[in-house]
Write a protein that binds this ligand. Structure first.
Ligand SMILES: O=C(O)CCC(=O)C(=O)O
Ligand SMILES: [Fe+2]
Length: 214
């Protein structure tokens, strides 16, 4: 018997599925992220064009993101080509979209993943994920410390928004009318993750996206 997971529609097209990843899947993702963090392009804090530096540490898979475009080569890090996007991660993305939207997602073909690591002080300001040319949904997977995730509207960085706690194993999918909604991470709650994931501290977030590039 399949026991349905509780899920909540935060906005049209934006769905939170708590506890979606099993502990084994979380462990596997942590291992994969640890390997990607070491190269070919190492995890680093992204420099912003205005001179600032992001507080999260990021490594990309499939396509490299730097503000505000995708490239195959990490020109702003070491010039190398990022790791290939693995088939198992695309499969996971399809399962995620199918689960969140309650229907098949066989045509969902993510080709980039942004892996973000948050220490206790890291934050992410309100922004839109708008450097992709495809309107396909973004799949977000969280592991480790719980965070406060703020999911807003498509017009402004401010209200109205909904505050959601994203815990280890949670899935969040945003697409359709919410694809370009502003969102951010105002706070991480240190010490709330289970070290059994392989992550002793901090928070890992992996977003799968379709760049629409080739
Ligand atoms: O860490 C999160 O939950 C969100 C990450 C995010 O918005 C992004 O990488 O664009
Ligand atoms: Fe984002």
């Amino acid at each position: 018997m399949m026991i349905p997971l509780p899920m909540r529609e935060i906005a049209p097209g934006a769905v939170h599925v708590p506890g979606w990843l099993s502990m084994d899947e979380q462990r596997h993702l942590v291992q994969a992220c640890r390997a990607w963090a070491t190269g070919p392009v190492p995890m680093r804090r992204t420099r912003l064009p205005g001179g600032g530096v992001m507080s999260v540490r990021t490594v990309c898979v499939g396509w490299h993101w730097q503000p505000y475009r995708y490239t195959r080569l990490a020109h702003d890090v070491n010039g190398r080509k990022v790791a290939d996007f693995p088939g198992w991660l695309a499969d996971l993305g399809r399962r995620a979209v199918a689960e969140a939207y309650g229907g098949p997602a066989d045509d969902y073909a993510p080709d980039t993943a942004l892996v973000n690591f948050y220490d206790a002080e890291a934050r992410m300001g309100m922004h839109q994920d708008k450097d992709e040319r495809s309107p396909a949904p973004v799949v977000s997977l969280s592991i480790g410390d719980t965070c406060l995730f703020r999911f807003g509207n498509t017009e402004t960085r401010g209200k109205p928004y909904t505050d959601v706690e994203l815990a280890s194993g949670d899935l969040f999918v945003f697409g359709g009318p919410s694809r370009l909604a502003y969102h951010g991470v105002p706070k991480v709650h240190p010490g709330t993750g289970d070290p059994a994931t392989g992550l002793a501290s901090g928070r890992l977030n992996v977003t799968l996206r379709v760049t629409g590039l080739r």
